[in-house]
Write a protein of this length. Structure first.
Length: 451
């Protein structure tokens, strides 16, 4: 890769990239302002805006989106008559979970064993840096041959849809011939991969009530209906004996036809404990890319420490349902809510509230942009053929952009390969992947301009 001038430029910029990612990771930009200060997210947004201005972007703006967060926009004009490419990433991050469990502090980028550790290093502050590296490499080697729009979202991880609604209200803002979403990842380190499908998602909060107040379990237990036990029954009904997701009316038999994910490799990537079996049926690819998957994200109930001998009057849970391509997320939400109501035992009062939703996505892999990316990946990853994979996660903006700009080609690349452990403790990014994907994006922009 070093014989390519673009690759040589990116390699020379990697120390700067590390310094910048260190600055960006330091912002605790979790878009949950009950847990983290709004000023942390606003600081990260200003950092991105300043970086765009420094690269010559025009019309740089902090967009106040309807969910109370900010997205950063900028426009870099290219040659007259050139195509327009939109580059997307997000600067908001997941909470660090248990900070004490991190080997090094989550908001301090730390190099260890050849990787850079920190919350957002891969998902997706690293994506912001990837876009900057690609553009700098082109500017140093003849210029950027397309018009470039950059949008950095501030609430992707919360699923609250601020940027989606803003884009719908201002459809001209993000219009482009091709859109590169820098929020996916290679199937494994060193294997160039474009994500061709994304599962959609819905988030539903469930509340079960059975009593006017908690009761003494010795005096009333055995006859008084326990809200926590009722909730547990409801949650258990969402899985079959083998762990497959079972929501009444929602099909769970689709098959994935592309790149396969071997069981042992998945066990290693997921860090499944010895002796613990995988759940579900079909191939791993079927289960994580082509079928629905329910996850209980949290339960409100008394903690073990300090618990009293009481029958619980009320309990709550937050449920995530991942929805495969071809299934409407709104319909899946209705089915999930109906299932919960049907399977709530003992006449307990149950209520459900949808708090987030995003549609699934399927890309057109036959488009000219995909050929341009295939050729670019061959430059960045010599000897490796680009693969197409699904991704179990959701990027709700993809479907919004596809609906707003039906002629636009959408590609998904990024730094969130399995070793990155995004959303988990000790998230990290491979600097080699950052370097190679920055080269790939730069070469792609050049190829696409000439296509």
């Amino acid at each position: 890769m070093s014989s390519n001038p673009v690759a040589e430029t990116v390699a020379s910029l990697m120390p700067r990239a590390k310094a910048e990612l260190t600055e960006l990771v330091a912002f605790k930009s979790v878009a949950d302002f009950d847990q983290f200060p709004r000023s942390e997210s606003e600081g990260a947004a200003r950092w991105v805006a300043d970086a765009l201005r420094a690269e010559g972007f025009e019309d740089v703006a902090l967009l106040d989106t309807p969910d109370g967060t900010q997205s950063v926009y900028g426009y870099l004009p290219g040659p007259e008559g050139a195509k327009t490419v939109l580059l997307y990433a997000h600067y908001d991050v997941q909470p660090p979970l248990d900070e004490a469990a991190w080997t090094t502090p989550p908001f301090e980028l730390t190099e260890r064993d050849g990787r850079w550790y920190g919350r957002g290093a891969a998902d997706c502050k690293g994506g912001v840096i990837m876009h900057l590296l690609a553009l700098r490499a082109l500017k140093a080697n003849g210029g950027v041959p397309v018009h470039v729009k950059v949008i950095a979202e501030g609430s992707e991880e919360t699923g609250t849809g601020g940027l989606e609604r803003y884009a719908e209200e201002h459809p001209e803002l993000l219009e482009a011939d091709t859109i590169v979403i820098g929020d996916a990842g290679n199937f494994r380190v060193g294997l160039p991969t474009v994500t061709s499908t994304l599962r959609g998602m819905t988030l539903v909060r469930v509340r079960v009530d059975t009593l006017e107040g908690n009761l003494h379990s010795g005096q009333f237990g055995g006859a008084a209906p326990d809200a926590l036990a009722a909730l547990i029954r409801v949650l258990d009904s969402l899985r079959a004996e083998d762990g497959s997701t079972t929501v009444d009316g929602l099909t769970s038999e689709a098959q994935w036809e592309g790149l396969q994910y071997e069981d042992e490799q998945f066990r290693k990537d997921a860090k499944v404990l010895d002796g613990v079996g995988l759940i579900g049926s079909g191939t791993v690819a079927d289960r994580i890319w082509a079928r629905p998957a329910v996850t209980v994200l949290g339960i409100d109930c008394p903690p073990v420490v300090g618990a009293t001998p009481s029958v619980q009057a009320s309990a709550r849970a937050l449920i995530s349902l991942r929805v495969p391509p071809g299934v409407d997320a709104a319909e899946a939400t209705k089915l999930l809510q109906a299932h919960i109501e049907t399977h709530t035992p003992w006449g307990a009062r149950v209520s459900t509230e949808q708090i987030g939703q995003g549609q699934a996505f399927r890309a057109d892999t036959t488009s000219p942009a995909y050929q341009a990316m295939t050729d670019a990946m061959a430059v960045a990853y010599p000897g490796q053929e680009m693969q197409y994979a699904g991704q179990g996660g959701s990027i709700p903006l993809c479907n919004t952009l596809a609906a707003l700009y039906p002629r636009a080609e959408i590609l998904l690349i990024g730094l969130s390969e399995p070793e990155a452990q995004i959303h988990a403790v000790d998230e990290s990014v491979s600097p080699e992947e950052l370097e190679r994907l920055s080269v790939a994006e730069a070469v792609f922009l050049r190829n696409y301009a000439a296509s």
